[in-house]
Design a protein around this ligand. Structure first.
Ligand code: NAP
Length: 272
């Protein structure tokens, strides 16, 4: 990688952020497309100060992660309508000092699902009611999917179900209806608690599409169980790559080869 007086700066802002795979993804994409740019991780406390810094230093593009996806919104000059509807921004594009916010998590999940299934007319049970569930729920609803929400806390689950005008189920009742697609959006099962799983085995039926948005580990307990029961499975890395490639496209107008990026990230996960 060549770094000189023309190198453009991009990065991710979050807290914590040291576990993020985004630097590996975007630096691989810059390298393969031969762009003179670098992408760094910034662990931050105050998002308003970060926004001033982005403008002052002319940082070209930023990914936003936990806990700033909603908190950043009042400081931006413009927000894409989808991100506004979802209520969260995970991408900032700097257009000559004017910062515009987007949400690519929703599109990432959509593209990962569309690689394995058609969506209009399908039913989908989303487990979780946090930021990721919200983004995925809005996107699937727009694609004609009948969504329902299963969540631990009834308050948050019912709030999201109300926004999506759909059914809320407590976790101990998620088996009552049959869904074509199941999307797991909680951190349960993530490293180091890799033996945990919120989904009872019996609700996983042959032919279902099951996506666990956790990518560390790549093979979660849920994903293994679903594969054993004849479901079509999707791991969280595929969603992550698609959301990152959409960020890359918004920043540069270019696309990078997905399979090459996937290989880089799988290697990164194996070695960290
Ligand atoms: P969030 O806003 O904090 O929401 C977390 C959700 O998980 C809430 O619904 C919470 O339920 C539920 N939850 C947490 N711990 C639980 C437990 N022990 N038992 C039952 N439910 C539990 O987080 P988020 O932004 O949606 O992110 C969620 C996960 O998705 C994270 O692991 C993140 O790394 C991953 N993610 C992956 C991608 C990707 O591209 N693959 C993109 C975004 C996020 P309550 O409401 O009851 O607290």
């Amino acid at each position: 990688m060549k770094v000189d007086q023309h190198t453009a700066l991009y990065g991710v802002i979050g807290n914590p952020v040291r576990h993020s795979l985004s630097p590996a993804l975007h630096n691989a994409a810059f390298s393969v497309t031969d762009l003179n740019a670098v992408y760094l991780a910034f662990e931050a406390k105050d998002i308003e100060e970060c926004i001033r810094g982005i403008k002052a230093l002319g940082i070209k593009g930023i990914s936003i992660t936990i806990p700033f996806k909603t908190a950043v919104m009042p400081y931006l000059d413009e927000i894409d309508p989808l991100a506004r509807r979802i209520g969260a921004v995970n991408t900032i594009v700097n257009h000559n000092g004017r910062l515009k916010g987007y949400n690519t998590d929703a599109l990432g999940a959509l593209k990962a699902l569309e690689e394995k299934t058609k969506l209009p007319g399908m039913t989908c049970l989303i487990i979780g009611a946090g930021g990721a569930a919200r983004a995925i729920g809005f996107m699937l609803k727009e694609k004609g999917v009948a969504v329902s929400i299963g969540n631990r806390s009834p308050k948050r689950g019912k709030e999201l179900a109300r926004s999506l005008e759909c059914l809320y189920l407590p976790l101990d009742e998620i088996g009552v209806g049959k869904a074509d697609i199941l999307v797991q959006t909680t951190p349960v099962g993530m490293y180091p608690h890799i033996d945990q799983c919120l989904i009872p085995e019996h609700i996983l039926e042959e032919g279902m599409v099951v996506m666990d948005i956790i990518y560390n580990p790549l093979e979660t307990r849920l994903k293994k169980m679903a594969a054993e029961r004849g479901c079509t499975t999707i791991n969280g890395l595929r969603m992550f790559i698609h959301q990152g490639m959409e960020q890359f496209r918004l920043w540069t107008g270019l696309s990078a080869p997905l399979n090459l990026i996937q290989t880089v990230l799988e290697e990164e996960l194996r070695t960290t």
